[in-house]
Design a protein around this ligand. Structure first.
Ligand code: URA
Length: 207
C-alpha cells in the first residue's frame, strides 16, 4: 500500500468505528468511540486491551495514567510515541461495570465484544503492515498468541504472527498496580521488554 492508500484505509476504519451500531448495543459497553492515534506509516504498533475512562473522554487510546507510564518509558528510550508508533486497542469502545450512582469501573472486554469489534484491529494491521506489534497485557497478548499464552512466563520475547513480530509485555496499568504494592521489579521488567523494540525499530529521535 502507498502512503496515501494507508492513510485512506485508516480514515475508512475510523469512520466505521464511529458508525458501528452493534458495538454500542452490547451490554456494559460505552457509546463513545475511541479512535487510534499515532502514525499509520509507523513500522511499530502498540496494542492494548480497550479504552478506560480518560481514553473515552479524550477519544484517544492510552492517554490516562497507564498511557502516561507507557509514553514516559518509550520517550526515555528516544521514541517519539506519536511518530514512531501507531497506537490502538483490541476494542474501541469502553467496557465497564456500572457502580451505584453513575460511576463506572473499567472491565476487560468480553469475548462477545471482541467478536463484534475484532475486524477493526485486523483491518488496521493490514493497512499499517507493521514490522513489530507490542501487545500490552494478557488480553492483547492472547489475542495474537492464543488463549493459553501465559504472560508472566512468556512475555518479553519475540513471536511470529502471520509474518509480523509480536512482543508481549505487561499492561502498563498492571505495572502501576504492582509498583503500588512494592513490586518494583515489574517496572524493570516492563522497561526491559520495551527495550527490545530497539532490536527491530530504532527510535526516530535518537537515530
Ligand atoms: N488500557 C488499555 O488497554 N488501553 C487504553 O487505551 C488505555 C488503557
Amino acid at each position: 500500500m502507498s502512503k496515501n492508500e494507508k492513510e485512506e484505509a485508516i480514515k475508512n476504519i475510523i469512520e466505521d468505528i464511529a458508525g458501528c451500531k452493534p458495538c454500542r448495543e452490547l451490554p456494559d459497553v460505552g457509546n463513545i468511540p475511541v479512535f487510534p492515534r499515532g502514525n499509520p506509516l509507523a513500522a511499530a504498533m502498540l496494542v492494548g486491551e480497550g479504552p478506560g475512562e480518560q481514553e473515552e473522554r479524550q477519544q484517544k487510546p492510552f492517554v490516562g495514567a497507564a498511557g502516561k507510564l507507557l509514553t514516559e518509558t518509550l520517550t526515555n528510550m528516544g521514541y517519539d510515541v506519536n511518530r514512531d508508533f501507531y497506537i490502538t486497542n483490541i476494542v474501541k469502545y469502553r467496557s465497564y461495570k456500572a457502580l451505584p450512582g453513575s460511576r463506572k469501573k473499567n472491565k476487560p472486554p468480553t469475548i462477545r465484544q471482541i467478536n463484534v469489534e475484532h475486524d477493526f484491529l485486523e483491518r488496521e494491521i493490514a493497512a499499517v503492515k507493521p514490522k513489530l506489534i507490542t501487545a500490552l497485557g494478557a488480553k492483547a497478548s492472547q489475542w495474537f498468541l492464543g488463549k493459553d499464552f501465559k504472560l508472566t512466563k512468556e512475555r518479553g520475547k519475540f513471536y511470529n504472527w502471520h509474518g509480523i513480530t509480536i512482543l508481549p509485555t505487561f499492561h502498563p496499568a498492571a505495572v502501576i498496580r504492582a509498583k503500588a504494592v512494592g513490586e518494583e521489579e515489574r517496572i524493570r521488567e516492563f522497561r526491559d521488554d520495551l527495550g527490545k523494540i530497539r532490536e527491530v525499530i530504532k527510535p526516530s529521535i535518537a537515530a
